[in-house]
Design a protein around this ligand. Structure first.
Ligand code: G6P
Length: 609
């Protein structure tokens, strides 16, 4: 989704802004722009382009924007088409420039008011009202800071905003409510961005702004206040991940790099969390043990891939802990009347920690009598983490590919740790065995990655297909859903997943030679039943693409492509079997020539509803 970068320095900042935008490309966007206070002419110059940042870069070569103060943006269209006039920054009277992430919900009413006041709108965006509101306050004699605060009071909705004024060369304003924004702290220069990754080329020290913060930033000073004008202290934190995290190295795509990082990621998730075969409870945060003691039920809420991880956890929690576990997509949960049973732990799962629906679901849930709130998240300091009672990081490192891979496996590992700390309270005594199996995952993952050439070959069968069916049973059903999601996200092939037992209740009607059926069949108590389902597919002329282990008893034939995985402990199968499905989707997308890391219409972090 939209990305923000801003800088105030004693050197030319346009290359820094451009590099920041490139680093935010992975979030998904459709146009880009930049406004810089020209150090020679004193004018507020701007340039916008529809399409990729490369287009803006090319335009900047012909019309450079030299200056020491500037803001830049990648836009993912919500209000108004992806056209140059709708790209940010938006300007008022060539004096005030604004970039915005989020949605101003009452923009229609504000626009009517401003139009009545003589303001002309050049775009269809909700953002432009903010620009004119600030300008109007400035023209009424307010300082830029006060003008921004007065304008914010008029806004309903979510925002991260950066504002500059042509007449204030040493001031960059930044504020957030509902959308993330960080300040990158430099030496005699400072920066802002919607994601720290955008600024790793200039700093590794960050201030994470909190809801309602308004920051006045100069080259040498950062002042943060609440909307009401109270000074607030926000500590400077060092970014934990290495500088190469946002670099794809020798890999052709970030997605492939991230798939291959999974053995290291699993090792990182377990590091410091296990002691003598047991999960350490303090890694969930202070007060975790007391809270876990009272858990009688679990409610999980998430979106997309994170939701699929939650569905796997439901099987684990109900089997190993023996308490009820419900899972729901956040966009549904937040808008319906839900019933909270006493003793329910509310768990959110999110790679980014900023997904608008998940965050809103958490806020809704906080109005009810849940026992407590645990966030399973990949971004320390994210809104979800800050607003939860307990949090455990998935430690996957920055994930750049829009299609989530390593974040999913890391979530699964953390969900298993969570399952174990709950299960020990309900008399489960195989914790050491499961922990040993978790430790074996690293080697197993490497073995599965070694199947890459076979999977690459299998992908060739999908290139000319328009649909695909994925089947699994039990804990493997959500793995099938995730496999189908990966395929549709990056190869644009319509893919559906079904619990294999549902085959006869509809999807069997679709099976013919043009409908590849991907079946995920590790050895478990449902294997025989699944094998019967697969024969039903073959009997209808369907071609099977089977991921199974040495226990699978399937008749060889021209209608079967089999990839044999190593034998894995049953509970670990969802983690291991996800990986070949990621590779399958990846290679199909490569063969189809799609934009693997930035698939059309999708965004990495969905910070608007
Ligand atoms: C978007 C991303 C998905 C992700 C989902 C939830 O749709 O493209 O990869 O699973 O958001 O995001 P979260 O950051 O909350 O896990």
């Amino acid at each position: 989704m939209c990305g923000i970068v801003g800088a105030i320095a004693g050197r030319n900042i346009s290359a820094i802004l451009l590099e920041g935008l490139k680093r935010l490309e992975y979030r998904g966007y459709d146009s880009a722009g930049m406004a810089v206070l020209n150090s020679q002419t004193g004018q507020l110059d701007h340039l916008k382009r529809v399409g990729k940042v490369a287009q803006l870069d090319a335009a900047l070569t012909g019309s450079p924007l030299p200056g020491y103060l500037g803001i830049a943006h990648t836009r993912w269209a919500t209000h108004g088409k992806p056209e140059q006039r709708n790209a940010h920054p938006h300007l008022s009277a060539d004096r005030i420039a604004v970039v915005h992430n989020g949605i101003i919900e009452n923009h229609t009413a504000l626009k009517a008011e401003l139009v009545a006041d003589g303001y002309q709108f050049l775009s269809d965006t909700d953002t432009e009202v903010v620009t004119h509101l600030i300008y109007r306050e400035v023209m009424a004699g307010k300082s830029l800071e006060v003008a921004l605060k007065e304008s914010l009071k008029r806004l309903d909705g979510a925002y991260a905003l950066a504002v500059i004024d042509q007449q204030q060369p040493d001031l960059l304003l930044a504020t957030r409510m509902g959308s993330p924004l960080v300040i990158g702290v430099g030496v005699e220069e400072n920066f802002i961005a919607s994601d720290p990754l955008a600024l790793l080329q200039v700093t590794d020290r960050f201030i994470y702004l909190e809801e309602g913060d308004v920051a006045a930033i100069t080259r040498s000073d950062i002042k943060v206040e609440s909307l009401a004008g109270e000074p607030v202290t926000r500590e400077v934190q060092r970014f934990e991940h290495g500088h190469d995290a946002a670099d794809k190295g020798l890999y052709r795509h970030y997605m492939l790099k991230e798939i291959y990082e999974q053995p290291d990621v699993i090792a990182r998730v377990l590091e410091g969390r296990i002691h003598q075969g047991h999960v350490l409870e303090q890694v969930f945060g202070s007060g975790a043990s007391e809270l876990f003691d009272q858990v009688k039920m679990v409610q999980i809420v998430a979106c997309g891939t994170s939701y699929n991880a939650g569905v796997v956890a439901r099987y684990w929690i109900e089997k190993l802990v023996g308490i009820p576990c419900m899972v729901e997509v956040a966009s549904e949960f937040r808008y319906r009347k839900t019933v909270c049973m006493p003793g329910t732990l509310f768990i959110t799962i999110s790679q980014s920690g900023e997904t608008a629906d998940t965050l809103s679901a958490l806020r809704e849930a906080k109005e009810q009598s849940y026992l407590g709130f645990l966030s399973i998240c990949n971004v320390a300091g994210s809104s979800l983490v800050r607003e939860s009672d307990l949090a455990i990081m998935t430690n996957a490192g920055p994930e750049i590919g829009v299609a989530s891979t390593k974040a999913f496996t890391s979530q699964l590992v953390v969900l298993m740790l969570t399952t174990l700390v709950l299960a020990r309270r309900y008399g489960f005594d195989d914790e050491q065995e499961i922990v040993a199996q978790l430790e074996q995952l690293i080697g197993l993952t490497e073995q599965v990655l070694a199947l890459d050439p076979q999977i690459q070959k299998m992908a060739e069968h999908f290139v000319d297909k328009h649909h695909a069916l994925f089947l699994g049973r039990g804990t493997i059903y959500p793995v099938a859903v995730e496999g189908a999601l990966k395929l549709k996200e990056i190869s644009y092939i319509h893919a559906e997943a079904y619990p294999a037992g549902e085959l006869k209740h509809g999807p069997l009607a679709l099976v013919d030679e043009d409908m590849p059926v991907v079946a995920i069949a590790p050895n478990n108590s449902l294997l025989e039943k699944l094998q019967a389902n697969l024969e039903e597919v073959r009997a209808r002329g369907g071609k099977l693409f089977l991921f199974a282990d040495s226990k699978a008893q399937v008749k060889p034939g021209n209608d079967l492509e089999l990839i044999t995985l190593p034998d894995v402990p049953t509970v670990m199968a969802p983690i291991i079997y996800s990986i070949p499905l990621q590779l399958l989707a990846y290679y199909v997308a490569c063969l189809k020539g799609t934009d693997v890391d930035q698939p059309r219409n999708l965004a990495k972090s969905v910070t608007v509803e």
